[in-house]
Design a protein around this ligand. Sequence first.
Ligand code: TYD
Length: 221
Amino acid sequence: MTATRAGRFITLEGGEGAGKSTQLRRLAARLRGCGLRVVETREPGGSARAEALREVILSGKAKAMGPGGEALLFAAARMDHLDARIRPALARGEWVLSDRFADSTRAYQGALGALPGDLLDALERVTLDGTRPDLTLILDLPAELGMARADARRGGGQADRFESEGLDSHRKLRAAFLDIARADPARCVVIDASASPEMVEAAIWAAAHARFADELTRGAA
Ligand code: TYD
C-alpha cells in the first residue's frame, strides 16, 4: 500500500492590483497539467463560515473595532479556512493555492494598522497551529501602478474597506510585504508583478519549479 503524500501549500500575496487572482488560476492550470490535484481558494474566506466573516470585514462594519479587532476577525476566518478546507485537502495529497493568507494580516493589520510584532507572532502561532505555506509568492509592484490597476478593474464600482486607503498606505504595504520576504527567504519569493501577465506567469512557474522540481517532474510522468 502506498501512503498518500501530503499536498503542498502555496500562497500568493501582495498589494491591490498585483494580479494575484489571474496568476493563481494560471498556476493552478499548470499544476493540473502536471497531473496534480489542485484546490483554489482565497482569504478572507475560502470556507462557508469564513466567507460570512469576509462580508462583515470588507463591508467596513468592523472598522470601528480597530486593527486589533479586525486582525482577530481575519484570524477567526483563517482558523475555519484551515480546518474546513486547507488541512483536509493537504491530507488528501492535494495542492492548495490561496489568494492571500497570514502575511496579509502582518502587512495590513500589522504595518498599516501598527499592531505590535509580538502580538502578530502570537496570533499567527495560535491561528496556524503549525500549518505554514511551503511557498509564498509575493507579487510586487509600485503602489501607483497597483492602485491604477485596481481602479480600472473596479470600473465605477465602490472601493472596499482596504482599497479605499490612500497612496501612502499602499506604499507602506508594499514595503511590509518586501520585509516579510526578506525575513523568510526560505519560504518567500518576490515576483516582479509590473511585467506582462505572461512574464509574471513564467516567473512564478520558474519559482515553483525551483522549489518543487522533483514533485513537478514526477507528477508529469
Ligand atoms: P479582496 O477583494 O480579496 O482583495 P484583493 O484582490 O486585493 O486580494 O479583499 C481582501 C482585502 O482584505 C484586501 O484589501 C486585503 C485585506 N486583508 C487584510 O487586511 N488582512 C488579511 O489578513 C487578509 C487575508 C486580507
